[in-house]
Design a protein around this ligand. Structure first.
Ligand code: TTP
Ligand code: MG
Length: 577
């Protein structure tokens, strides 16, 4: 019998008309390094950033080493671990961009969304529907998958009587559908998508990189199911009815559901277990499953969640969003491929800089790296290679496809772990117009960097840090943003650039409104920017207990020394470059 005062349990409406692929590159930084030094492929390899391992290869993982392990712990677990410095992100960004281009080039509808450096969502609904129409019932085993509407030569042969890769789900349902495969279009759409996913993974492997892939009907399910078989594998979620989707979702720890943050987890876990949860005990682990919340007798609809999660300052729509996620419902679209990044930023962290010459030197290094990034990302594709190799020998044929109008300097003081103070997240920023000499074709990169540091960045630094000394600078970030069409006198524009930059303006507005200082989406998950539950953490300062602190973005608890690498990781995801 239903408890009094509660309406009937009602699942949110779902749509299963899309097919989404989610690619996650295996041990990404480690693969990049292995490709530079192939002899490392068979050895346990860790990629170091400021005292922790940002990642490690699967040889090391089999020896017990994990992501975000401290160097000392990793060495203890695996004494012969090879450790390579991963501070310079440029090679990772370059590979990320190249692999994204490979996947994006196969999209028909342009819906190819990059998340951080190594995850990509593709909405392949249109390609799959087209190929479903083409299937020949009488010879399914010898089917042909068309990759182009106009060129029938582009495609591959496949066996449409079975899935490619692993399948997760209800095999009884699958058997029933197999009796009349074409009778169940959802089954067949997922089956076709599994073959497309395999083809695309092989395309990535041609470039030297392996990935895991999840195949389902929305981003949430595709991302979750892709984790089932890693590395170098793929999993299709065969959940052909609502109950099968609930069964899949229910088994996940609450905190593992992308979009459910630590604060929500803590409240719901406390409610289910009927006890106060110590917030500092929280990590990505949670003893309560999504199913325990979804099926809780007192949580029958979002209005009950409202009472739990609502309250002053809570995000509008949070409870219905959590309710939908618990039921495996995620209507967020795969965002269209971005032609240019909304902004480019480079930063580094320090153990307290106080000397002006040190500040100037570090600013120079960051600015040089930023300029290289601008050349790679904002110059016409065909020409960027030449410019990257020799930026000072520019020719009039090279064009900027976008010109940032603003330069922003951000700094933050250093907090030593031993200080016993909460980690200082308070960044301060100053912006100004980006000088036009940055786009000069007659100056060398060194000259541009030199002028930018002296004429623009050091004055901004002085405004941000007016005291004559004792700055104790712990972080410097230089960012160019506010993309505009190509500057005049740069060899002309690009066709349809107006459309491109109207989109840019929208993206920038979104970014500025939601995340003033540049923080954005949940790590590891793309949610609608205007429907974002991650803001719950913004502005909080974590208390320092037992040497660990909570990331205000994802709620993950980390040792203090791990914050620099972790923060950089978030900043990459937000910048999307
Ligand atoms: P992940 O996809 O989380 O990790 P991964 O690709 O190394 O391993 P997996 O096979 O499990 O997918 O992150 C992608 C890259 O981001 C990773 O190679 C290193 C970097 N990274 C950080 O710099 N800091 C972090 O806190 C994490 C989690 C990742
Ligand atoms: Mg990965």
């Amino acid at each position: 019998m239903e408890p009094p005062g509660h309406s009937k349990r009602k699942a949110p409406r779902r749509r299963d008309d899309r097919v989404i692929l989610h690619f996650d590159l295996d041990c990404f930084y480690a693969q990049c390094v292995e490709n530079q030094q192939p002899s490392l492929k068979t050895l346990p390899l860790g990629i170091r950033q400021k005292g922790i391992l940002a990642t490690c290869n699967y040889v090391a993982r089999r020896r017990g080493v994990g992501k975000l392990t401290t160097l000392a712990e990793a060495k203890r677990l695996c004494p012969d671990l090879v450790i390579v410095d991963g501070e310079d992100l440029s090679p990772f960004r370059d590979v990320s961009k190249r692999l994204y281009a490979v996947l994006r080039s196969h999209s028909w509808n342009g819906k190819a969304e990059r998340l951080g450096l190594d995850e990509i969502f593709l909405d392949v609904t249109d390609i799959v529907s087209y190929n479903l129409e083409l299937l020949n019932r009488s010879s399914l085993a010898h089917s042909y998958f068309c990759l182009s509407r106009t060129d029938p030569e582009q495609g591959f042969e496949f066996d449409a009587t079975s899935f490619s890769g692993c399948v997760h789900g209800d095999t009884n349902e699958a058997d029933a559908a197999r009796g009349d495969p074409l009778g169940d279009t959802l089954y067949m759409r997922l089956l076709l998508a599994s073959h497309l996913a395999k083809y695309l993974r092989l395309k990535i492997e041609d470039e030297g990189y392996t990935a895991a892939c999840g195949i389902s009907t929305n981003k949430l399910l595709a991302k979750l199911v892709g984790n089932k078989n890693k590395p170098q594998n793929q999993t299709t979620l065969l959940a052909l009815n609502e109950d099968a989707i609930f069964a899949f979702m229910d088994e996940h720890g609450l905190r593992k559901v992308p979009g459910i943050g630590s604060k929500v987890t803590r409240i719901l876990e406390g409610f289910v277990l009927e006890k106060e949860i110590d917030r500092d005990m929280h990590s990505m682990e949670c003893s309560v499953t999504a199913g325990q919340v979804r099926t809780h007798p007192l949580i029958q609809n979002p209005s009950v969640l409202d009472n739990l999660l609502g309250g002053r300052g809570s995000e509008r729509g949070l409870s219905s969003k959590v309710w939908r996620l618990l039921h495996g419902v995620d209507d967020t679209e795969v965002k269209p491929a971005r032609v240019v990044p909304t902004q480019i930023s480079i930063e580094d962290t320090y153990k307290g800089l106080n000397d002006v010459s040190e500040i100037r030197r570090e600013m120079g290094l960051i600015t040089a790296s930023l300029l290289r990034r601008m050349h790679a990302d904002l110059l016409d594709e065909d020409d960027s290679q030449a410019l990257t190799q020799n930026p000072s020998s520019s020719s009039s044929s090279r064009r900027w496809i976008a010109c940032p109008r603003t330069i922003r300097l951000t700094t933050r003081p250093y907090t030593a772990p031993a200080d016993g103070k909460p980690y200082n997240w308070a960044r301060a920023s100053r912006s100004t117009e980006l000088p036009s000499f940055v786009f000069s074709q007659s100056m060398t990169s060194e000259q541009i960097v030199g002028r930018l540091v002296v004429e623009t960045l050091m004055p901004l630094f002085q405004k941000l840090n007016p005291a004559p000394k004792g700055w104790n600078t712990g972080l410097i970030n230089v960012c160019v943003a506010n993309m505009a069409g190509p500057a005049t006198g740069q060899g002309g524009g690009v066709r349809d650039i107006g459309v491109m930059f109207r989109r840019q303006d929208d993206l920038l507005r979104e970014f500025r409104n939601d995340h003033g200082e540049g923080w954005g989406d949940e790590p590891g998950f793309a949610s609608d920017d205007d429907d974002n539950i991650w803001d719950e953490h913004r502005g909080q300062t974590a208390s320092q207990e037992e040497g660990s602190e909570q990331c205000p973005l994802c709620g993950h608890f980390l040792p203090s020394f791990a914050f620099a690498a972790h923060e950089r990781f978030h900043s990459m995801e937000i910048n999307g470059d």
